[in-house]
Each structure stands twice: as C-alpha cells, then as structure tokens.
Design a binder for this molecule. Structure first.
Ligand code: NOJ
Ligand code: CA
Length: 575
C-alpha cells in the first residue's frame, strides 16, 4: 500500500535491546488500590495481596506512586523523610515483603523519586525555616521581597504566588513551584545534590529496579528571578516561563545520571514536561539523561495548558492523530518512549478521548487501549484502565480532595466563569477522577475496603465495572488487555511489536492507523475513533485482535464499525 508518510520517516534510532524495552508497566496509586486493614486507605500490604491479579493480567513491572513519609498534602508528593514509609501505607518490612513477593513472580518495582521539592515538614526545611544561619537554609530557596511584595510575579502550579512569606522574619520568602507545603530544593547547592544522590543510591542498593522521576524539569530556575508579563486575571505569570526546562538544567541532569542511575542496572523514567522534540536527543538519546520520558503533548489535547482547566479546546481526531505521529517520530528518531493513556494526574481516558457517551464503554476502552498499547516504547497502564474505569460527576466542590482541583475551581471563577461552569471544568479534568478507589467488585465500597468511608468516594458505577465481573467474562476489557500484553510480549510477533519501526499510515480524518515493521514482517494497528462507520482501503491480513466480534470487508478494504479497533498481520502479497 502506498504510504504517504513513509518517505519522510526519519532514520530510526537503533541500539542493542535493553531489558526495560520489554517491560509492560502497571502504575499503582497506593492510596486507592487496595486497603488491607480497612482504615479506608490503600496500603502496601494491599498491593502484595493483589499480586495474583497483576500476575494474571501479565504486567511485568510496577511503578508505585510515593509511599514515603509525608503529611500527604499532595498525597505523598510532599516527602518529609525520603527513607521512611508513610505509616498509613505500612512499614519498611511491608515494602521489603512486597519487593520479594513481586520478584518471585517476575515482577519488578520502580518507585517515585520526588526531588524538585520536599515537604515543609522535612527536618531540613524545619531547620532552614527556624534558623536563618542553619546550613539547611541553602538547601531551599529563600529570597528577600521587593517593596513589601514577593520577589517576583511567578504563579505556582497549584495557584497563587510561588513565594510564601517566612513567619517571624521581615521581608523574607521561600519558593515553591507547587503547593506552599512543597518548598523547592535548591539544586544550585552541591551539598544538597550529594544528599539526594546518596538517598537515590540507597534505594537502588535495596533492589528496586529504578525510578519514575517527578517534575524533574523544574529543578533549574532562571537565576535572575525576573518578573514575567502576567498571563492571567490574578496578575501573575506561570512558573513554567522561567522555572521549567531552563538553560543550565543540562549540568544538573548529567550529574544526576552519572552519580546515580548510570551506576546501576536500573531504569529511569523522567516526568519531564516542557521538553521540546528538538531536545529529545539530550533527554533520551545515546547519552541522554533518562532512559525514557513521558510525552504530555496529546494527554493535554483537551486543554490549552495542562494545569489550567478552564482553557478547554475543541480538539479533533485528526489533531490527536497528528500529535501521536509527531511524538512517535520524535521518540523513534532519538530513543525510547514511555507510552501512556492515563495516570494519577489525568482524567480517565474514555471520558477524555471519547466524546459520545454511548461509546464510553467496553468498545471504547478497548479501542483506546489498542491505540496506545502498540506504539513504539514501553506501555504504562494506570490502575483501573484495564477495566475501562471512567470519570465521576460530583455535585459539589466539597467532594474533591485534590489540591489542584480546588485551585482550578477558584482560578476559573477569577477568570469570570460561574461556579457551575467552574465545577464542570473540575469534574472533567480533576485528578481525583483517576484516584477513586479501585473497583474490585460490586459491593458497596467496590471491594476496595471494608470501611464504608474510603478516603475518596467511589465513582458509583462499580456494579457494572469491576475486576471480579470482568474476570468471569472472556470478552471483558480486562481480558482484552491481557491479550494485548500476550501479543506484545509472548507471541511470535514480539520482536516486531517491541522493536519494530513505527510507520504512520495515511487514512481519513477519523481513523488512526500505523504499522510496526521488522524486515518482512508488518503488523498493522487500525482504530476508527468516531461514532460512525468508516472505510479504510488497502488493509488486509490475518486478524490478531478485534474489539468487535466481526469484521466487514467491503470494496477493496474494510468497513470499520464505530470505535472499531484491529490489529492485523499484513498480507505479504498486499504491498
Ligand atoms: C507531578 C505528579 O505526578 C503530581 O501528582 C504532583 O502533584 C506534582 N508532580 C508535584 O510533585
Ligand atoms: Ca489501609
């Protein structure tokens, strides 16, 4: 088949197979996964108890969101002791037990590394705050204000100024990219950097397989700390302009890699928002800072800026397709990708990417699964995605827990939206959507806990969407994910699906199709991403996966049903 894009496809980045390319990662938000002691909060023992389930699904590695000691203002992304375990999650002995039990099943574990900031309750910060002469003051960023105002007009990611006034000191402020209870660590200080590297190596020595590295592009700030033209009704300007992926970050990231990850057989997955495709070589190339990074371009297709939810877009499938192709080409040209549809900061994918509620069902969940799972890179599945879990609709802002949801609600109203509109934005985008208790069964608390008051309310659709039910139904979303994992990792197409070149296929505006190619073997992935039938020409071959029970051949091609997804082995005669 003629492929309009093929001649432009850049040279593929090739290197020896490396273990982490073969993994299928499952992301766990521990607070919401399984509550083993019925206090309403998920915990580490809960993960250990559900390893059978994870093994059955077929995933090979877990990424567990922060389990370290924390006041939990941002659910663990505010760490007060990097080597301690948060008591509500369990103990270090529980973690060691999980590590061993997972290893027995061939499941590796990576943890979350949160080193752009700590909690304000960390002893370092407490010393820094209470004693201006303490060496710890230089572990953080303290600055004098300007004319009785904060040092500059940068807005934090969770709203309000990045500067918080130091109590009992005149005209002194400390810096926080996120919440005021998450003060930024001062990466300009080599002593602080060494402390961080020692801590990272301590965990790697313990036998974990690596890290997902949180917000890492924020560690370098423009040292002029100059004002920026305001970009909102609050008179502030996003910290992203001068506090994210800024010149000079290269030195920090090179050193971080050299002093830690490079010394171990581990994987490093960077959460690196703000990195342009031109910079991918530095981030994931041969001597890149990380093994892979997440690309947020199409995850945020529904909002102009990932952190301000009232700026909604009217995106079209064609744009989604273009963005996925652009992303894949950049990844392929430079290194390796960390592909995902969902995570703990995003709404559920069926609710985001499928506009017609009629298809926010098994068909839609499988279609989206197919779309992302066979892209070139390591797939990351977020808990509940393998069941097709969906967003909730909350009637009041009081039902939200997420710190950024509360901020976005206020910001929306400040920008002139009504409280009803503000609530709608938050319902659509809230990070709580993906943090609701995992739906294990149809019981009142969805089998997450025997406590009738889990820390966050359930979505409410667990009678029809839950793991127990899906494990009894051969055609469930769960089994579809299991089949996708088998096809990628254990079938004779493994090499093609893991290492094969990614090649976009030219189709109409509603179909997204691509090929994975090695030598003479070609696997085609085709998804009709709309609620009407669509035709595609020039596709034929053995069907390896289909989210419908049938396929209609018409004319010289296929008639795809609404949201139909197929994986085919391309006919060798049909070039
Ligand atoms: C990104 C994390 O994924 C998010 O959950 C957190 O709020 C921020 N970084 C701050 O650590
Ligand atoms: Ca618990």
């Amino acid at each position: 088949m003629e492929n309009a894009f093929q001649k432009d496809t850049p040279k593929i980045f090739m290197e020896k197979p490396i273990w982490w390319k073969d993994e299928v990662v499952y992301q766990i938000y521990p607070k919401s996964f399984y509550d083993s002691n019925n206090d309403g909060i998920g915990d580490i023992k809960g993960i250990t108890q559900k390893l059978d389930y994870l093994e059955k699904l077929g995933i090979t590695m877990l990424w567990i969101c922060p389990i370290f000691t924390s006041p939990m203002v941002d659910n663990g992304y505010d760490i007060s002791d990097y080597k301690g375990i948060q008591p509500e999650f369990g103990t270090m002995a529980d973690f060691d037990e999980l590590l061993t039990a997972a290893k027995k099943r061939g499941i590796k574990i990576i943890l979350d590394l949160v080193v752009n900031h700590s909690s304000d309750e960390h002893v370092w910060f407490q010393s820094a705050l209470n004693d201006p002469t303490s060496k710890y003051r230089n572990y953080y960023i303290f600055k004098k204000g300007k004319n009785a105002s904060p040092p500059n007009n940068w807005r934090s990611i969770f709203g309000g100024s990045v500067w918080e006034k130091v109590p009992n000191e005149e005209n002194m402020y400390y810096f926080h990219t996120f919440d005021k209870k998450q003060p930024d660590l001062n990466w300009e200080n080599p002593i602080l950097r060494q402390e961080i590297y020692d801590m990272i190596n301590w965990w790697l020595e313990k036998g974990i397989s690596g890290f997902r590295i949180d917000s890492i592009t924020f560690i370098k700030k423009d040292q002029d700390y100059a004002d920026v033209t305001p970009d909102g009704a609050d008179g502030l300007a996003s910290v992203k302009h001068k506090g994210r992926n800024r010149p000079g970050i290269k030195d920090f990231l090179t050193e971080l890699n050299r002093e830690t990850f490079q010394k171990y057989e581990c994987v490093s997955v960077g959460e690196a928002p703000g990195v342009t495709y031109e910079e991918y070589d530095q981030y994931i190339g041969h001597n890149g800072y990380f093994n892979m990074i997440f690309d947020f371009h199409y995850a945020d297709i529904d909002v102009e800026s990932g952190s301000e939810w009232f700026r909604r877009t009217n995106w079209q499938v064609k744009e989604l397709k273009d963005q996925i192709f652009k992303s894949q080409e950049a990844i392929q040209r430079n290194g390796w990708g960390a592909n995902f549809l969902e995570n703990h900061d995003q709404p559920r994918s069926i609710s985001k990417y499928i506009n017609d509620p009629k298809y926010q069902n098994d068909i839609g969940a499988k279609a989206l699964g197919t779309l992302f799972f066979f892209l070139r890179g390591t797939p990351f599945i977020y808990q509940g995605q393998e069941l097709g879990m969906k967003n909730f609709i909350r009637e009041t802002i009081a039902d939200f827990n997420d710190v950024s949801s509360l901020d976005n609600y206020q910001r929306s109203m400040l920008e002139g939206f009504t409280s009803k509109e503000a609530l709608e934005f938050v319902n659509q985008r809230s990070r709580d959507n993906s943090r609701t208790p995992f739906q294990w069964n149809a019981s009142e608390t969805a089998g997450f806990s025997e406590s009738t008051s889990p820390w966050l309310k359930v979505v409410g659709d667990h009678k029809t969407i839950n793991a127990e039910l899906q494990m009894e139904q051969e055609d469930s979303v769960f089994y579809y994910y299991k089949k996708m994992i088998q096809l990628r990792n254990s079938s004779k197409y493994r090499d093609t699906l893991i290492y094969g070149e990614f090649v976009p296929v030219n189709t109409n505006d509603y179909i997204i199709a691509y090929e994975r190619i090695i030598d003479t073997e070609t696997i085609q992935v085709v998804i009709n991403l709309r609620n009407q039938a669509s035709f595609i020409d020039g596709i034929s071959g053995e069907i390896l996966l289909n989210n419908y029970s049938e396929i209609t051949c018409e004319r010289n091609g296929l008639k795809l049903q609404p949201y139909q997804a197929l994986v085919l082995r391309k006919d060798k005669n049909h070039e």
